[in-house]
Every structure is written in C-alpha cells, then in structure tokens.
Ligand binder design. Structure first.
Ligand SMILES: [Zn+2]
Length: 455
C-alpha cells in the first residue's frame, strides 16, 4: 500500500473527497488536452459523412497504422517477414496478415511495444482467463479514446464534465475500517459521484438509494451488475426515485436483456451499450435508436473464420502496444444487410455482442448456453431474487447460488428454477441449488453471473 493510500484511509471523509477530486484533476490533464478537443470536433464532422467516405478514411488510417507498426515494432516486423506490406491497401487486404492472440502478445510484449513505459498510459486487461496483460497507450491515442467515448455519450444528450454522473466501479474508495454508511466519494473534477461496488449488499442498499436521490445524477455508468442490483432493490421495495437520468451507460460486462429491461423500467431512461476493452479495441456504440454501430474511425472488426462469430480486431489507437488482427476473445454478430439507421449516422452495424467465450455454460453434450439465456431462466422470480450466480465445475453439474429476499421467496421456487434449468440443460445434468446470505464478488469489484471452470 502506498503512502497516499495510508493517508487517505486515515483521513475524514471530506478530506477523502478532496483527495479524490485532486486525483481527478490530475487525470483530466492526460485526458482532456488539445488532441481530445480536436478529435471531438473531428468526430462531429465524421458523423455526417457518407458510408463510402468513411470506408475511405478507414482504409487510409489502416495503411498508415500498419506502416507505423511495421517500422516501429520488432515483433511485427519479424511476424510480417516475407509479406509485402505495401500491398495492404484496404480492409480486405488484411487477410494477408497473420492472426495474433493474447498469449503471443503476453510472451513478446517488450518486442511488440513501440514506446517505453515512461510517459505512456497503462491499460490493464483482465482476468477471465487468468491471463493479465499491461498494454501501453500513447497520450495521443488515450485522448482520442476519451473523445470517442464522450462523443458517444453526447450523441444521446449527455455532456461529460458539464453534467452530473454517478459511477459504479471497482475503485477502493471506502477504507476497510470505516463504520459510517457512506459508500461513495465525490470527484468534483468530473462532476462524478463514485459509488463503491464492493459494499452493495441488501443491508447497505438503502444508503445507496438515498444518496442517489439526493445527488440526482444525469447519467449512471459503470458495472452493469452493480447498477442492476440497485435497480432491483428499488423495484422490490417500491421506492420512489426523485430523479430521471438522461442515459445509462453500463461498462465492462456483457449486458443481458432482462437486466436492460430492469434498468429502463426502474430509472425510466434508456440504456446505451458500448464495446471498448481496456486492451484498446476499436469501439462499437449504441445510438439514440439503440442500434449498435461500429465506429469506423477507430479500427476494423473481422470475423475469425466463416461461421464463427469470434472477432479479430485491428485498432488505430494502439500505437503503443499495437493490435493488428488480434484475437481478443469476444464474439459479435454482424448485420450484413442494413447500412442505414434511423439515427442518421451511417456505419456498419452489429446485431449482437455476445461477449467473452467464458460467458457460456455447457450442456452434457458440449453445446453452449450463453449468459443471456441463463439470465432468462431466472425471470419468473424477479422480485424475490437479490442475486444469483451459476457455476459449472463439471460437465454434468450446474451449481446455482442464490441470494434471496427472504420475505418474498417461496420454498417452491427452488423446484421451479430446477425445472427451468433441466429444461435448458437436459436431464443428464445435475442441478444443485444453494442459498447464501451474500454471494461474493470478484477482486475487481465486478459480479459474475456465470463462472465456467471447465478446462
Ligand atoms: Zn443508429
């Protein structure tokens, strides 16, 4: 633990708010420089372009990015030996280049990087496979990425830094010994109330809701499951909200249909999804019509192979740790037909983001059941269920952990749930239900609906 954290932990809460704010102002300096504002301006103009002009821009960016990487990254120079780099002139030519995966990046990180740690912004990638990776971003790329995210929000009416946001994340803002029921801190530099994901329990929930009602955020962002937990509590206890956010922007988790519906019902506000990994992948964002658009200025998405929805990404904002045809581990269904959207922004459209491979469970026969389908199995008991987690350690056994509202939960629900799961997974699967007072979170503060420990 650093000296600053020690001071933080021992300070009264108003000093902690001040420290969070000072750190916020420091971060803003690397986020909101000249390049940020210039790129924000560029994106507004880019939105108005025709699809052909956007593709032309994308090809140009691709050519210059690949040249830069070839000249500056030892790893890629070796990897592309014998390939005529000059012959890569458009997205279609990318097929001439080999695919890169996470293990290759991890094992060769020093040869891949084109910049040193000094002055770079680090991106940490997680954890679903246990493999963690630190990527380096140039300050220019980092600012462009910030501009892209803020532009996405501004399209649906939320202006970052000008409007109030509530963020649910995995920052350690509450000292371990704190007794007061104050699980949030204010970062005045970003008009942002940060809520701790680690302390979201049934018991503490009323304090969170009171705080939200007092703060009246204009947007809510951060961990999807944390926001869902709060929404579920508000609905179950029939609490009146004294604010209506403009938008909800969940991050870092695969969204479920039932969760989205819950958030939109409770907060009376639309949910806008985004795909933006910490490795620095190109962006996919949802527009005001709730259609997923590929942000063509940010990079390229390809499918891994025909008939497989797994994507390869090439990202133009990864000059530090370049990612070209990188197998990121996420799956998406492309909408090959529609190129227009009622929102007016023309781009390639994504039908669905399925998320990480590990967001699946297996049937005995090896078929995959994805997170969305699993979430659906719980929908018949929305008001009695606080939280659930489904774990698979063996191919023929599914463990369901339940945290329930004891006032509303009926004993027969266990059997109902078992039936739903058997129906989906087949009779050869053993379904084991266990009730817990509290299901624990990941170290990152995120909550996982599914844990697939097979392999
Ligand atoms: Zn649209």
């Amino acid at each position: 633990m650093g000296i600053l954290e020690k001071i933080y932990d021992r300070s009264p809460i108003f000093i902690q708010n001040l420290m969070v704010t000072i750190s916020g102002y420091q971060k803003n300096r690397s986020r909101y420089g000249k390049i940020y504002y210039r790129y924000l301006h560029f994106l507004k103009d880019f939105d108005k372009l025709d699809l052909e002009d956007k593709f032309e821009y994308q090809n140009k960016e691709l050519i210059s990015f690949i040249r830069y990487v070839y000249e500056n990254s030892k790893f890629y120079k070796n990897l592309y030996k014998g390939i005529d780099i000059e012959s890569i002139k458009c997205v279609g030519d990318l097929k001439k280049l080999p695919i890169v995966d996470k293990e290759m990046i991890r094992a060769n990180i020093n040869d891949i990087n084109t910049i040193s740690h000094k002055g770079a912004i680090e991106g940490h990638t997680g954890g679903t496979t246990g493999k963690s990776l630190v990527v380096l971003m140039t300050p220019e790329d980092f600012m462009k990425r910030m501009a892209s995210l803020d532009h996405f929000k501004s399209r649906v009416g939320f202006e970052n830094l000008k409007m109030k946001r509530a963020t649910f994340n995995g920052k350690h803002i509450v000292p371990p010994k704190q007794n007061k029921k104050i699980f949030w801190r204010y970062n005045a530099a970003c008009k942002q109330m940060i809520y701790s994901s680690f302390h979201i329990t049934e018991e503490n929930m009323k304090y969170y809701v009171n705080s939200l009602n007092k703060y009246k955020p204009e947007s809510i962002d951060g961990f999807f499951t944390s926001i869902c937990d709060v929404a579920s509590y508000i609905e179950r206890h029939n609490i009146k909200l004294e604010f209506q956010p403009i938008a909800i922007f969940p991050t870092s988790e695969t969204l479920t249909k039932s969760g989205r519906e819950l958030l939109e019902r409770v907060f009376k506000s639309k949910v806008y999804n985004q795909y933006a990994s910490s490795e620095g992948a190109p962006f996919v964002t949802e527009c005001e019509k709730q259609v997923l658009h590929i942000e063509l200025d940010s990079g390229v998405f390809e499918h891994f192979e025909k008939g497989n929805d797994e994507v390869l990404i090439t990202s133009f904002t990864t000059h530090g740790t370049p990612l070209i045809r990188y197998r990121i581990g996420d799956s998406m269904t492309f909408d090959e037909k529609s190129k227009t959207c009622d929102c007016g922004v023309r781009s390639s459209i994504i039908k669905e983001i399925q998320g990480r491979k590990l967001d699946f469970l297996y049937t005995v026969d090896g078929a995959k059941i994805n997170a969305g389908n699993i979430a659906n199995l719980f929908k018949n008991m929305p008001n009695a269920l606080v939280r659930a987690q489904v774990i698979q350690n063996k191919i023929d056994e599914i463990n369901i952990l339940l945290e329930v509202d004891k006032r509303l939960y009926k004993a027969e629900y266990d059997n109902l749930l078992k039936d739903e799961f058997l129906h989906k997974f087949g009779d050869k699967t053993r379904i084991v239900i266990e009730h817990l007072d509290e299901i624990s979170r990941e170290k990152s503060g995120k909550f996982r609906l599914i844990k697939n420990n097979i392999n």
